[in-house]
Design a protein around this ligand. Structure first.
Ligand SMILES: CC(C)(COP(=O)(O)OP(=O)(O)OC[C@H]1O[C@@H](n2cnc3c(N)ncnc32)[C@H](O)[C@@H]1OP(=O)(O)O)[C@@H](O)C(=O)NCCC(=O)NCCS
Length: 171
């Protein structure tokens, strides 16, 4: 395969007010999310901005210089001891398929494992347009647990994956 070079990335975890709009733009421009989902992604960011880690939502941004190329949002699942969830992961359209999503996910996994997390859950859609997304998770060691038919909407099921320690610690 003729692969494009990977961008030189630094990881940023501190959120700045402009990130709320940035995330809204990312989610909207991805073409993957309904308008209510786009607002939800921005709400998670606004919640983190006002409450910090108390919000339960952690963020990591992939930076190339001052340009943000992608981000992930994840957190401990309330009411569980060691289960975490990846709420969102989005890579800028023009940067996709260059390995950044894999690196971003590995960064999340390292942080979850370091915080004592033992299982990282990922939920996504069963729609055909998410086929590359589902393949992405499966090829990164996530096990398909279940499909809840018609969960998000009629004909749009929820597909649930998880990765468990010790695989989680390996990234
Ligand atoms: C899902 C998503 C985050 C993946 O990000 P990405 O940067 O494209 O991911 P990667 O480049 O690491 O991997 C994608 C493919 O590129 C390939 N690839 C190309 N060059 C690569 C490189 N240098 N290193 C690693 N993989 C590379 C991988 O083999 C991989 O193919 P595979 O999934 O068949 O194994 C991104 O496609 C995205 O934002 N999608 C839209 C939003 C979305 O679906 N978010 C998740 C909602 S639940």
């Amino acid at each position: 395969m003729n692969r494009q070079p990977q961008p030189a990335i630094t990881w940023r975890e501190d959120m700045i007010p402009q990130d709320v709009t940035l995330i809204e733009r990312f989610a909207s421009a991805s073409g993957f999310f309904r308008p209510d989902e786009v607002l939800l992604a921005a709400d998670f960011a606004a919640e983190h901005l006002s409450k910090g880690p108390e919000s339960g939502y952690n963020f990591i941004f992939a930076q190339e210089g001052d340009q943000t190329l992608g981000y992930a949002c994840y957190g401990h699942i309330p009411g569980t001891l060691h289960s975490w969830s990846l709420y969102w992961i989005i890579v800028n359209q023009s940067t996709r398929s260059r390995g950044l999503g894999s690196r971003l996910l590995a960064q999340v996994e390292q942080r979850v494992a370091a915080a004592g997390g033992e299982r990282l859950y990922i939920e996504t859609s069963s729609q055909p347009m998410y086929h590359p997304t589902r393949r992405f998770y499966q090829s990164r060691g996530y096990t398909l647990l279940t499909v809840l038919e018609d969960f998000y909407a009629r004909g749009d099921g929820k597909v649930v994956y998880a990765k468990t320690m010790p695989d989680l610690a390996k990234g």
